[in-house]
Ligand binder design. Structure first.
Ligand code: SAM
Ligand code: SF4
Length: 325
């Protein structure tokens, strides 16, 4: 290993989120406008070879886990081939809206993918339609079942609760996930929407989610590692539920993550306002050592925290779907 990716607060980057595309086949209201976004032009997207090269360099400096995301990663053509190449370098997981998993879960598992997180914010098909602007509820449910059948484990479900939209479903979602053997993760809504509609005062906070769940279940806290989610055993376990309290219970002090956007920009935080261009040097013929130095310099600039509570906080210019959620 050449050197670790260390920041000035002593944190080492060992986990990388890699966005495979900014495009998506859903239009979740909190993530994208109905008409979509100005998509990245194809020549700006990293090719499979370029992604493999950058992950190889990152792995040589201690990145051991990679989560593929987007946009919707399953719409990237030839995904099983890319997964096979990356799985020989790092431990690989993927976050998806679940559309297409019925076809892809088995090829991806065969290619070396270990785990999936499938996003699902409601169990009501008509609510799914208004939340995602697409009538695809049944496909997501079938995709989840396909993930289990393919041996991807654990299968996690990501849910963003929004007040007056789906916050009445917290208990039902947990009961349903327990029934189906999925591990549920609630994610606090973050100020990353292109519409700039996020409002802290109406956000459904981690404390409130826990209160809703503990009315129906006994929750026992598990030891917290560096993962974003705080996790509880449900009714003594082994089933578990997690809450990612990025806003009200920030975990920046132990953050081990960096992000690579689909157009080859390295970001040290979801909320960073700076990016380091890796694509330009890569395409200009930089050596692995030169790319490694560029990554190290970027990581050294990582801030102590996301600063959402700072009075001068500014939402990043790119929305979640373009950064890679
Ligand atoms: N399309 C895939 C999916 O939906 O899982 C991967 C990308 S998506 C941006 C990743 C996760 O981010 C999803 O679970 C989604 O619900 C979540 N997300 C999107 N916008 C968010 C926001 N403003 N705050 C919190 N989570 C958000
Ligand atoms: Fe697409 Fe995921 Fe954003 Fe929904 S949350 S619009 S599925 S990228």
């Amino acid at each position: 290993m050449t050197a670790m990716l260390l920041d000035t607060f002593g944190r080492a980057a060992t986990d990388m989120r890699v966005s495979l595309t900014d495009k998506c086949n859903l239009r979740c209201t909190y993530c994208m406008p109905a008409e979509g976004l100005p998509w990245l032009p194809a020549p700006e997207l990293l090719t499979d070879d370029e992604i493999v090269r950058l992950v190889t360099v990152a792995a040589s400096m201690g990145v051991t886990t990679v989560r593929l995301t987007g946009g919707e990663p399953l719409i990237r053509p030839g995904l099983p081939g890319l997964v096979e190449r990356l799985a020989s370098l790092v431990e690989l997981s993927l976050t998806t809206n679940g559309l297409g998993l019925t076809k892809l879960a088995q090829p991806l598992a065969d290619a070396g993918l270990r785990r999936v997180n499938v996003s699902l914010d409601t169990l009501r098909p008509e609510r799914f339609l208004s939340l995602t602007r697409r009538d695809r509820f049944d496909d997501v449910i079938a995709g989840l079942a396909a993930a289990t059948a393919a041996g991807l484990s654990p299968v996690k479900v990501n849910t963003v609760l929004m007040r007056g939209v789906n916050d009445d479903e917290a208990g039902d979602l947990l009961a349903w996930c327990l029934d189906h053997g999925y591990e549920l993760r609630f994610i606090e809504q973050m100020p990353l929407d292109p519409q700039h509609g996020w409002d802290r005062s109406t956000m459904v906070a981690a404390d409130e989610i826990l209160e809703m769940l503990s009315g129906r279940h006994e929750l026992t806290p598990c030891e917290r590692g560096t993962a974003p989610a705080e996790v509880w055993l449900v009714d003594g376990g082994p089933a578990r539920v997690g809450v990612v309290g990025s806003v009200t219970r920030p975990f920046c002090g132990t953050c081990d993550r960096i992000r690579l956007t689909a157009d080859g920009q390295l970001r040290t935080c979801l909320f960073a306002r700076e990016e380091s261009d890796l694509r330009a040097p890569l395409r200009a013929g930089a050596t692995d050592a030169e790319l490694a130095v560029r990554m190290q310099v970027a990581v050294r600039g990582k801030k102590a925290g996301h600063g959402i509570d700072d009075p001068d906080f500014l939402q990043p210019d790119r929305p979640m779907s373009a950064i890679g959620g």
